[in-house]
Design a protein around this ligand. Structure first.
Ligand SMILES: Cc1ncc(COP(=O)(O)O)c(C=O)c1O
Length: 372
């Protein structure tokens, strides 16, 4: 069986700390420990007291309780804390997918589950978000992809790379097909809380007995370095997930669990910070893109520090990103990594002054490759 590497992650991991400007990131610029302690009113002495032993493997009771409070009808028994939402997606897919299974996945999306499902021996069908439908899928495509016997359906909502939040009609359509197929639904909701409007996207948790929700602190909370994610799942299924988690990482780190608890207790303040970065930077990106005229097309994202931009010119997105990297020292995320050509995902969650500088440097590159 051919192993499918996770191209997007390798591209970012290789370059993100080595470029002058990183516009490939999908979250807002991260908080420092000092900023996190200040925003959560935590005394540094409290952090100093955290013992560096093994922490509770499925997350401390306090952290799981505060996570559960964000999900209607959930208790701490429904929650497992993971090392990033990456581990959450990994253990969920590993638990559910066996060789020969069929998995239906929304596309484009962060291709972790797409690659993993195939690496675990499943066949994958996609149902596509269509730009001409304002990044909604066609209901006929949903019905074609989620066939009887489908084991797992995966959505990322809010979506990465488009920043789109699914309409209620589409949610209902996906749920109806998933229930009819008797499939599990894995909803990766890691961008929820980073809506520009301030209206938090409803979770899929609770909408169906086989729906599980994945989230974490990396995007909406600006805390990717804590490596804290979680899954909310039916209590007996949580136990199955934990059996896999015993093999992956054992448990989250104690300082991360402590800081994550404080962050979630100060959730409103942290999400306010995120939204103010997004609402300050998106207009800057928008007017910069307008200067590229008809060479590009884009849709205002509902959520996340990401804007998925389509271009006319016949140049492969990876080729474009590689040229921009080598000539301008700027990291972009090529659409190829989402299976969607002639497009670039721009991250716009950087510190505002740095973001403007990056766009100043990037402008001539866009003129050279997309307009001249
Ligand atoms: C949709 C989605 N899920 C999961 C992840 C993994 O994030 P982390 O492991 O940092 O929580 C990402 C990262 O970009 C993502 O975009």
């Amino acid at each position: 069986m051919q192993f499918i590497p996770f191209e997007l992650e390798r591209w970012q991991s290789k370059w993100e700390h080595r470029v002058s400007f990183n516009l490939s990131e999908s979250g807002v610029h991260a908080l420092t420990i000092a900023e996190l302690l200040a925003i959560t009113d935590t005394d540094h002495d409290e952090l100093d007291e955290v013992r560096l032993g093994y922490s509770q493997a499925d997350g401390t009771d306090e952290l799981r309780a505060v996570i559960a409070s964000l999900y209607p009808g959930a208790s701490a028994d429904n929650v497992i804390v993971t090392v990033g939402s990456s581990e959450a997606n990994f253990v969920a897919t590993w638990t559910l997918v066996e060789p020969g299974d069929h998995v239906a996945i929304l596309s484009p999306l962060y291709r972790q589950t797409w690659g993993l499902a195939q690496n675990f021996g499943a066949t994958v069908s996609t149902f596509d978000l269509r730009p001409e439908l304002g990044w909604e899928p066609d209901p006929a495509d949903i019905a074609r992809a989620i066939v009887p016997g489908t084991k797992l359906v995966v959505v990322t909502n809010p979506n990465n790379p488009t920043g789109h939040v699914l309409s209620n009609t589409t949610r209902a359509e996906i749920l109806a097909c998933t229930e009819a197929a008797g499939a599990w639904l894995l909803a990766d909701e890691v961008y929820a809380g980073a809506e520009l409007s301030g209206e938090t996207t409803a979770t899929f948790w609770g909408s169906y007995e086989k729906a599980i929700a994945v989230h974490g602190l990396s995007k909406a909370y600006g805390l990717p370095g804590l490596r804290i994610g979680w899954i909310v799942a039916p209590a007996n299924f949580k136990e199955s997930l934990w059996s896999r988690h015993d093999y992956t990482v054992i448990g989250p780190s104690a300082p991360s669990d402590f800081l994550a608890t404080r962050a979630l207790l100060a959730r409103d303040k942290i999400l306010d910070r995120t939204r103010s970065i997004l609402n300050e930077n998106y207009p800057i990106l928008n007017s910069w893109l307008q200067r590229l005229g008809t060479a590009v097309k884009w849709w205002e994202p509902d959520c996340g520090a990401i804007s998925f931009v389509q271009y006319q010119r016949d140049i492969a997105s990876l080729d474009l990103a590689q040229r921009v990297l080598s000539e301008y020292d700027i990291l972009l995320e090529p659409g190829e990594h989402f299976g969607f050509e002639r497009s670039i995902r721009f991250g716009y969650g950087n510190e505002t002054r740095e973001f403007k500088q990056a766009l100043d440097v990037l402008g001539p590159a866009m003129v050279k490759y997309l307009m001249d």
